[in-house]
Design a protein around this ligand. Structure first.
Ligand SMILES: C[S@@+](CC[C@H](N)C(=O)[O-])C[C@H]1O[C@@H](n2cnc3c(N)ncnc32)[C@H](O)[C@@H]1O
Length: 191
């Protein structure tokens, strides 16, 4: 009985995500939310007290961010209205309502602070080089440490662009997480 209830809950969450993938494949980029392992590995890399998450989806990464009790600022920018609605309902009271949600394209925002860590889950592989370039310059402008999701999907023409823009990073490290659909490489950079 418990198992079937769990299956229904998991399926509902994944269906919520999949529906948006079908409607907005270019910006959603994955078929199901990030795995718990990826969420844990990504949030272990957070430095400092302020975090900006670019793309919350149904909250896989956000929920792991909110499990940390050392953060003072947790901001989220999300381009998909349904994801913003879903996560703001679900997480509005978490950690005393610390999370602020900004609905819209990350590229269109001016933020009031430079974040200690930006976690970007934007599917760069789906985007034209010119857009990836603008995103990278903006991550640099507003983040001290950048954690970038890179799915293992063949062909990524923008990889060289990312490397050029961040060629002076004081640290670049890759963390591979195969227990995720699709498997992923987390790029960790300190500016
Ligand atoms: C691959 S999904 C990841 C969702 C969730 N963080 C997870 O890991 O399960 C990418 C997310 O980035 C959002 N997104 C894509 N482009 C964006 C942009 N320019 N500004 C803000 N959010 C964006 C999508 O709507 C989606 O929620």
């Amino acid at each position: 009985m418990l198992a079937s209830v769990l299956v229904v809950i998991i399926t509902t969450l994944q269906w919520t995500f999949l529906k948006e993938t079908i409607r907005h494949f270019r910006t959603t980029g994955a078929l199901i939310p990030s795995s718990a392992r990826l969420a844990r590995k990504a949030t272990e890399q957070i430095r400092g007290e302020s975090v900006l998450l670019v793309g919350c989806g149904t909250g896989a990464i956000l929920s792991a961010i909110l499990d940390r009790d050392d953060l003072k600022v947790v901001d989220v920018v999300e381009i998909n209205e349904n994801f913003v609605r879903y996560c703001s309902d679900k997480y509005k009271d978490a950690r005393g309502g610390i999370t602020r949600f900004f609905y819209g394209d990350f590229l269109k925002f001016q933020f009031l602070l430079k974040y200690d860590t930006i976690i970007t889950t934007v599917p760069h592989k789906n985007l034209p080089n010119s857009v990836v370039k603008k995103l990278c310059w903006k991550y640099r402008e507003y983040g001290k440490r950048i954690l970038m999701f890179e799915y293992y999907i063949p062909f990524f023409p923008a990889e060289g662009i990312i490397e050029n823009i961040f060629n002076d990073a004081s640290k670049t490290e890759f963390i591979r997480i195969f227990l995720n659909i699709p498997p992923i490489r987390l790029r960790v950079m300190d500016i």
